[in-house]
Ligand binder design. Structure first.
Ligand code: CU
Length: 148
């Protein structure tokens, strides 16, 4: 029935919204989360989430927020220029998984406009360190863990 199908989509959207926030995703495994999403969507288990990282806190502190984030393989991180820019994302050559091309995924420029974004999709599990070129001296360095 058409009405039931619509309700199902709403329920699935609610479930995804409430299940894939950065804090909740830590409490489950990537596989379980993907399977649950696949079940709700009636599709494959290759669901990928998007996580937002603020560049500069709302009060203007020169840090990434969260500075320590765990995601699943296939997820995307979108950095948002929040406060205190310009900011950017430069991956640390000595703190990324083998085969990750830091030149390819690091920003050469900076984000000047508040609300401007930069996104990277992560397909290789491991630990990634990155810094903000203008502010790493002030401690604007963060870590990202990608689970398989
Ligand atoms: Cu910065």
């Amino acid at each position: 029935m058409r009405g039931d199908a619509g309700a199902g989509v709403v329920v699935a959207a609610w479930y995804l919204y409430h299940s894939f926030t950065p804090s909740n995703v830590l409490s489950t495994t990537c596989l379980a989360a993907a399977l649950a999403a696949g079940t709700f969507l009636g599709a494959s288990a290759s669901f990928a989430a998007e996580f937002k990282v603020k560049m500069g806190t709302d009060s203007g502190q020169l840090v990434y927020e969260p500075a320590d984030l765990t995601i699943c393989k296939g997820d995307t991180v979108t950095w948002v220029n929040n406060k205190g820019g310009p900011h950017n994302v430069v991956f640390l050559d000595d703190k990324v998984p083998d085969g990750f091309d830091t030149d390819k995924y690091s920003m050469e420029e900076v984000l000047n406009d508040e609300g401007a974004t930069y996104s990277v999709k992560f397909d290789t599990p491991g630990t990634y360190g990155y810094r903000c070129a203008p502010h790493s001296g002030a401690g604007m360095i963060a870590e990202l863990t990608v689970k398989g």
